[in-house]
Design a protein around this ligand. Structure first.
Ligand code: NAD
Ligand code: 6OD
Length: 497
């Protein structure tokens, strides 16, 4: 059965289906309930794709590879990408509502970060696919006539995109945009927690003139569900995944069958180092964002902060003050600065770490529990912003990704020792270092084992730069030309003159 829109916003509980071959379908499988994390109320009934429905989506993407999409010039594709960005912007209100109901994130955050980045991702990859050249080499030959090699960028084929719930539109479009820029077709499996904005993109794609079948969305869970059906499907030519490291291992195994390329953007246990000469106001502002933004549910977020002993108390006081100033409440209210966690299950996980920290002897400088909220939000998944100090370097709180609005502050005497402690983790996604001394900053930024190191900032993004994690935080880089490399095959043509 076809439905016109995934969001029936006038109804209290909206139905979310799939988007296949240019049309919304309500789905033949089971449905599952999606609740608003801020209130605990049921807001959506989401279709869970069957194996046959995932197969239909993959086959629709495969057919579209030889349709009008494959005949478009790069200029025409660039035009489509720009129209997608415009159509997202036109629907800002609908995207905001969908994202906030799914995640509970504050409207100020979604309107400044998530939705504009959804549009920006398409514009930046439009620029890149138009502007980034491929290589050419002249070479001598024994007969003296020579040869010329040149590389052509070709799509890989059908790309499976599996994404998480923390920045749903931002992270899904971060993969859809380069995949389409390179001429691929895609099947997207959004997180079961956040099905709405990816599904709403179907409407955008139709309005932007994307041919049917180029963009498909199947909703559902991971194991024994849409995620597994999609990533193990033999007609998928490449897999791009963002999510937990343990899920990344499963996806990598699925990709090995058929020797398919895979890009993995995984978890982190990120650190920050605050040197004694840092600008403390700016460092406290930056670390407050890195700890509290999106309730700490950011893969790049900071959970371990090493602070020079001379400034420890001063810095701790400033960070605690910023945590105390956060306002919990209605995510649609512009005054709200801290939303709930995504689910009851995730809240239980975060609160388990709050308990472990207390059991391991942490001194609690801020929070540590559940905040008081208005009655209408009492069933939401709230936790207090939380700052600890005094844990031994061996505590599991300092080694496992928590994904909550919390961090541990540890004093250091020697910056090289702080770098060694920061590197003492199997993860290697992001780090930040705060110092006014250029030589201290650059020397130690180079030593930090992470795919992304910010000096005197955090989450400052130029989308042309390589993005990804080292160690167990991922495989490969996306962003800029690196995104184009993953989503295309370079074919070398050697012409003997
Ligand atoms: P998750 O791994 O639980 O789920 C991510 C997606 O994978 C979901 O769509 C899920 O349904 C699907 N999935 C789960 N099991 C699967 C399976 N066996 N086969 C196929 N698909 C499967 O992650 P999450 O809880 O949604 O997201 C939070 C995690 O994501 C954190 O670890 C965070 O650090 C990480 N993350 C990393 C980045 C990055 O850029 N490195 C960005 C955002 C989030
Ligand atoms: O900014 C980005 O491109 C990006 N991928 C951010 C990831 C944030 C993780 O939660």
């Amino acid at each position: 059965m076809s439905v016109t829109s995934p969001q029936i916003l006038t109804k209290r509980v909206a139905a979310v289906g799939h988007f296949v071959d240019g049309a919304y379908v309500s789905g033949k499988g089971d449905t599952f309930e999606k609740v608003n994390p801020a209130t605990g109320e049921l807001v959506k009934l989401v279709a869970s794709a069957t194996k046959e429905e995932v197969d239909q989506a993959v086959q629709s993407a495969r057919r579209a590879l030889s349709g009008p999409w494959s005949k478009m010039s790069v200029q025409e594709r660039v035009g489509v990408l720009r129209r997608i960005a415009e159509e997202i912007t036109k629907r800002e209100a609908a995207f905001l509502r969908a994202e906030i109901l799914d995640t509970g994130k504050p409207v100020t955050l979604a309107s400044h970060l998530d939705i504009p980045r959804g549009a920006a991702n398409f514009n930046v990859f439009a620029d890149l696919i138009y502007g980034v050249p491929t290589e050419a080499f002249e070479m001598p030959t024994p007969d003296g006539d020579g040869a010329i090699n040149y590389a052509l960028r070709r799509p890989r084929g059908v790309i499976a995109i599996v994404s998480p719930w923390n920045l749903p539109l931002l992270l899904t479009t971060w993969k859809i945009a380069p995949a389409l820029a390179c001429g691929n077709t895609v099947v997207v499996k959004p997180s079961e927690e956040t099905p709405s904005t990816a599904t709403l993109l179907g409407e955008v794609m139709n309005a932007a003139g994307v041919p049917p079948g180029v963009f498909n969305v199947v909703n559902g869970f991971g194991p024994d569900s849409a995620g597994e059906y999609l990533t193990t499907h033999p007609d998928v030519d490449g897999i791009t995944f963002t999510g937990e490291t343990k899920t990344g291992e499963v996806i990598a195994r699925a990709a090995a069958n058929g020797v398919r390329p895979v890009s993995l953007e995984l978890g982190g246990k990120n650190s920050a180092i605050i040197c004694k000469d840092a600008d403390l106001e700016k460092a406290a502002d930056g670390i407050a964002r890195a700890v509290y933004m999106n309730s700490g549910q950011v893969c790049l977020g900071t959970e371990r902060v090493f602070v020079a002993r001379e400034i420890f108390d001063d810095f701790a006081e400033r960070l605690v003050a910023r945590g105390k100033a956060l306002t919990v409440g209605d995510p649609f209210d512009k005054a709200t600065s801290l939303g709930p966690l995504i689910s009851d299950e995730h809240r239980r996980k975060v609160l388990k770490y709050y308990k472990t920290a207390a059991d391991d002897g942490a001194q609690i400088l801020l929070g540590g529990g559940v905040p008081e909220v208005e009655k209408s939000f009492a069933n939401g998944f709230w936790v207090e912003p939380t700052i600890w100090t005094g844990l031994s370097d061996h505590s599991s709180v300092l080694h496992e990704e928590i994904f909550g609005p919390c961090c541990h502050l540890a004093p250091f005497d020697d910056v090289e020792d702080a770098v060694a402690r920061a590197n003492d983790t199997p993860y290697g996604l992001a780090a930040s270092l705060w110092s006014k001394d250029v030589s201290t900053a650059l020397k130690n930024a180079a030593r930090l084992e992470a795919g992304i190191v910010w000096v005197n900032s955090w989450f400052l993004r130029d989308l042309r730069t390589p993005f990804g994690g080292s160690k167990r935080s991922g495989i490969g880089r996306e962003g800029g030309v690196h995104g184009l490399e993953f989503y295309s095959e370079l074919k070398n043509i050697c012409v003997k003159l």
